[in-house]
Every structure is written in C-alpha cells, then in structure tokens.
Design a protein around this ligand. Structure first.
Ligand SMILES: Cc1ncc(COP(=O)(O)O)c(C=O)c1O
Length: 425
C-alpha cells in the first residue's frame, strides 16, 4: 500500500515504527559522508603508477624537441592537445590545455567575457545591464556559484531525460540579448546522470541567440565515465555547431579530474579555431603556460584514447557496485511506497532522488542528525533554492560499499519519515 492510500491511523502507526528505527540508528553514532562526488581512495590508487611515468632521468622533450621543463607553449604541446581532444572528439587545433581544473577554465571564460567581452559581442559584459544566464535545473552547484558570483540573473530551465527543455531554451535565447550563456553537462549530467539526445544537441547547435556573444558552456566532465559496457554516445557539439553555421557558439570543457587525480589533473577548453585564437590572445596576458610536466605525465600514462578507455573500465569496476547498491536499496525499501523516484544512470557520478514536494530539506536534515551527510538540499538549484524542495543529489563514489549500505539504510528511513510527517501535517 502506498502512503497516499493509508488512512491517518495507519500513517501514525507507520510514523511510530519509523521513529523507533530512527532512534536505533541515532544510537549507532554514524559518521558517513555521501555529500560530494569524489573518487574513492581505491580509485585514486589506480592512477598512482602515473607518478612513476616521469622521474629525474626522463626525456622531457615533446615530439618537436621542446624541453617541457621550461617556460612556453601557452596552450599545451601538440601530443597532449591530441590526447585530450580525443576524449571529446575535438581536433588538436581546437584545444587549449589549461591547468588542473576545468571549472577554473569555465570561471576564466566567464571572467574574460565580463572584463573584455566575447568574440561577436559589443565589448565587456560588465558594461551591460541585467545580465542573464540559463541554468538547467537540477544542475551543478559550482556552475551556478560562478554565475552568481558575477551577478548574473539565473533563469531556470527544466531538465528532461533528453536534456534541457529546448522549447524553453530556444524561446528565451532568441528573444533576450541579455542572456549570455547556458550551463550544460551533456553526458551523464550532474546530478541526474542524463545524456542529451541527438535532437537536443542539434537544437542547441542551431540556436539563434539574440546576443552575438551568447555561448553554450558545454561541460563534458563525464565524457568517458561509463559505468557499463553499454556506452551512451552523444553527438559532437563542435561538429554540430560547425554544420549549423554556428561554429563559435560553443565553449566545451573537460578534464582528467575523475580519470586521475582531482585537483592535479589536466583540463581543456575546446572551441572553434576563431574562438581559440581570440581566447589565446587574452590568455597570453595571464600566463606563459601551464604545468607541462603534469601534461607529460598524463600523456605517458595513458598513451592514447585506448589507454584512457582501459583505465576508465577499472574505475567502472569500482563504481558500478556502488551505484548498484544504491539503486537496489532504493528498490527494496521504496518500491510501492509511492514517495519518491530516482534516476538510474549508466555513467557519471550522481543519482538524483526526487522526494514528494516539500520533503527534501527535511530528509537531508534527518540524515544529518543520524550521522549521514548528503549534499545540502537546494544545492542543485541557483541560489540554493529548490522551489519544490524535492531534489536530493546522491553521490555514491566515495564511501566504501559497507558504509554506503549503512548510509542508504538511513536514507530510506529518513525519506519515509519525512514523507509520513508531511502527510500527517
Ligand atoms: C559537471 C562538473 N563539472 C566540473 C567539475 C569539476 O571539474 P574540475 O575538477 O576539472 O574543475 C565537476 C566535479 O564534480 C562536475 O561535476
């Protein structure tokens, strides 16, 4: 019987039962963290051999003979641009290899737009009024934090299993020159794990923005992060934009953060040749070049795309059982109760749980009191405000399987308790 079918007396009995289970858990004094999508220590161990790929006796030259220990090469040497471009299907000349964080490159891209403007625009964004940015929700909190920091009004667009609602996107983008961009995580999205359909990618590429300096921020953070043999392909946005006669519309980002070491990986920005040369001109004021020894380490470790794929299979072998555990626990405890739904992604780092409206914050609080830290409710929406208060991001990667099993038991009790409390008023 679902909770909605229960009468008041039955619900009260259910609440009593759940409260007993909850106090039993409180007495365990758990300290479990499912809040951020971090690789586990075992996943990090997979990349330890990379640290031995260069040492004091290594040959530090690239193919052209350039000594990578020295200053120079603003955008990364050719072989690393080729390897990193191959992750997302970009040609080496479309790629700028940056430091260790793609988020940093996204921030810098927005910052350059703000202070100096984008190709095709009328100068710095900071001289325009009422700047706006489209934010598909639920989405990635740190994207929204960047546009919040620069003072953009963040316009929410609904996510669907095929990607952002393109009717909404097209209408907004074509009618308002104050809209300067949209955040997209096209593959195994954060937090739902959705992959954009071909139709969505094509419609994105064919957008006719009112602003000449509008950009799609295509954060392909999970481009090679499959959990199963059944990889979900998405269309190449750079190619689609080119075909649509809109080559400069997109800035694409990716990194090795969740291939090797987050914070010590290699990040890229990929774009049209025109965008790349515009950006490189501005970048030359910022740096002489990034850490080429780290790029070399990554190149020697992976060798090529096949090397990356083999490595990602080892990640998947550690991650898949965790995703399975979360999904199976949800089925076992919540099937037929009618108080929530969840995504079952085939890649990426997150699962989204949708509670009845008004129950997400209470569920997260109950979990916290019982020693299980989840991503804060609201984090998936701009300004940390989830209007329906029903979205919870679950991040299964970091805890061990045993910890995850405990955390999910707590989660299921908390979501049930929050729902019963709400029904009883
Ligand atoms: C969608 C998305 N983009 C970017 C990042 C961070 O990338 P980086 O470590 O390259 O800055 C994350 C990390 O969780 C993410 O989920």
């Amino acid at each position: 019987m679902t909770y909605l079918q229960m009468n008041r007396q039955e619900l009260e009995k259910e609440r009593e039962k759940l409260e007993k289970e909850y106090s039993r858990i409180e007495q365990k004094h758990l300290r479990l963290d499912m809040s951020r999508g971090k690789p586990s220590p075992q996943q990090l161990d997979l990349s330890n051999p990379m640290l031995d790929c260069i040492d004091s006796k290594s040959d530090f030259r690239d193919k052209s003979g350039f000594d990578l220990r020295n200053y120079g090469i603003l955008d990364g040497f050719a072989e690393i641009r080729e390897l990193m471009g191959s992750l997302i299907g970009a040609a080496p000349e479309q790629v700028i290899v940056g430091g260790s964080s793609s988020l940093n490159m996204m921030y810098d891209a927005i910052c350059r737009g703000f202070t100096h403007g984008m190709l095709g625009g009328n100068g710095p964004w900071c001289k325009e009024k009422n700047l706006k940015f489209l934010c598909p929700v639920p989405g990635y909190d740190r994207h929204f934090a960047i546009t919040e920091f620069f003072g953009f009004e963040m316009i929410q667009v609904d996510m669907t299993p095929q990607g952002p609602d393109m009717d909404q996107v097209e209408k907004l983008v074509s009618s308002d020159p104050a809209i300067k961009g949209i955040w997209c995580v096209p593959k195994y999205s954060n937090p739902q794990g959705y992959c954009y359909s071909d139709d969505t990618v094509r419609r994105m590429a064919r957008l006719k923005p009112a602003a000449g300096d509008f950009r799609i921020f295509w954060d392909n953070a999970y481009c090679v992060h499959h959990l199963t043999e059944e990889e979900t392909p998405i269309l190449n946005i750079l190619e689609e934009c080119e075909k649509a006669g809109n080559p400069n519309l997109v800035l694409e980002f990716a990194s090795t953060s969740k291939l090797t070491f987050p914070g010590a990986g290699v990040a890229i920005l990929a774009a049209s040749k025109e965008n790349v040369s515009w950006i490189k001109k501005q970048l030359s004021f910022q740096t002489i070049g990034c850490d080429k020894l780290n790029m070399l380490r990554h190149l020697r470790f992976f060798q090529d795309l096949d090397g990356v794929r083999a490595h990602m299979k080892r990640h998947a072998a550690l991650l898949k059982p965790k995703f399975d555990l979360v999904v199976n626990t949800l089925h076992q405890n919540l099937d037929g109760v009618g108080i929530g739904s969840w995504t079952e992604p085939k890649g990426g780092y997150f699962i989204t749980f949708t509670t009845p409206e008004g129950c997400a914050a209470r569920t997260v609080d109950l979990c916290k009191q019982a020693g299980v830290v989840l991503t804060e409710a609201g984090a998936t929406h701009p300004l940390h405000h989830d209007p329906k208060d029903n979205t919870i991001r679950l991040a299964p990667s970091y805890p061990s399987l045993q910890e995850l099993a405990q955390a999910m038991e707590v989660f299921c009790i908390c979501v049930r308790l929050a729902a019963v409390e709400q029904l009883l008023g």
